[in-house]
Write a protein that binds this ligand. Structure first.
Ligand SMILES: C[S@@+](CC[C@H](N)C(=O)[O-])C[C@H]1O[C@@H](n2cnc3c(N)ncnc32)[C@H](O)[C@@H]1O
Length: 293
């Protein structure tokens, strides 16, 4: 262990950033993916990017950041953004959004909006746990109320990171990942054990989920319209202006009467007037306001 600590210390000394370099990197990160870094996150930057410095054979973090600034190296840019984003997720995260989906949102949308196709967007979906938890909830709803949700259902999971999307598309999870938020009952119902240590999601849950690489800063026109948008635990990283911009653009691709589900500490209040808070017994979601209200 002592060897490792020694070599880390040397590496950190080699990779100290000047104020200009740090400020340039902050601008790069905010412009390319929206993430706002505070004034004192030098340690976070060095600890997350050290490995890449080796991988791309730079002699220091400073020279890697210079390259990032001066050359348009798409691969390096993608890997740096990947390293700086937080991909933390779990099955049925916070539980209540998925209960609410079955108890309130599906019945409301089916009754009031009568869609031909029921479309759900899981924006910033990381390694797939959120869209697949939605798919399992849909499956449970259909088993409990046969015929009530008879139109085709499509779930679109998107993220900025191609690495997490590859994992999501594969839909195979190790023991640690399946243990995070998944009951034994759901594991048995929706997964097949591969070798005791890996679990493969069943086709029924997987087949209605499609994945696309989408940066939330960019245009959403190509993904169509949705009845429901889950955008959880990502707006917290963005500036107030960017939150407003994203929420207003999400409102434009929600069908009338559609709902937005945010993370527990997120809200459109103060950022967008397009939504009204709707309180159900299990929790709060945001309904797209009528154009005339
Ligand atoms: C903390 S995870 C949240 C995952 C999931 N929504 C949940 O609540 O469990 C945040 C995700 O946002 C993605 N992300 C960060 N910036 C993004 C951007 N500008 N566009 C799209 N996805 C982004 C990250 O790659 C990461 O997978």
């Amino acid at each position: 262990m002592s060897t490792q600590i020694g070599s880390d210390e040397k590496f950190v000394t080699d990779t100290l950033l000047s104020k200009d370099q740090y400020d340039n990197f902050r601008d790069f990160l905010e412009d390319s993916c929206g993430i706002v870094l505070g004034d004192n996150k030098h340690y976070l930057v060095t600890s997350r990017l050290n490995k890449l410095t080796h991988e791309f054979s730079f002699d220091s973090l400073s020279s890697m950041l210079d390259e990032l600034k001066n050359k348009n190296d798409a691969k390096l840019k993608e890997r740096v953004i990947d390293a700086m984003t937080t991909n933390e997720t779990s099955w049925f995260r916070d539980n209540y959004p998925f209960e609410l989906l079955k108890e309130n949102l599906i019945p409301e949308i089916v009754k009031n909006n009568k869609p031909n196709r029921f479309r759900i967007w899981s924006a910033a979906c990381s390694t797939g746990q959120e869209p697949y938890s939605i798919s399992m909830s849909i499956n449970e709803f259909q088993m409990k109320f046969p015929g009530m949700l008879s139109m085709p259902v499509e779930i679109v999971g998107t993220d900025i990171s191609s690495t997490v999307l590859d994992m999501a598309r594969r839909a195979e999870y190790d023991q640690l990942s399946v243990s995070r938020g998944l009951s034994e009952e759901k594991k048995k119902l929706f997964f097949t054990s591969m070798d005791g240590n890996r679990w493969k999601l069943n086709d029924k849950v997987k087949s209605i989920v499609k994945f696309n690489e989408i940066n939330l800063l960019q245009n959403y026109a190509l993904i169509g319209k949705f009845d429901l948008i889950f955008c959880r635990n990502v707006l917290i990283y963005f500036s107030a202006d960017l939150k407003s911009d994203i929420l207003n653009r999400m409102a434009q691709i929600l069908n009338p009467g559609g709902f937005l589900v945010l993370g527990g500490s997120e809200s459109p209040t103060g950022y967008s007037r397009a939504f009204e808070m709707t309180r159900f017994s299990k929790g709060v979601v945001y309904r797209l306001k009528d154009e005339n209200s």
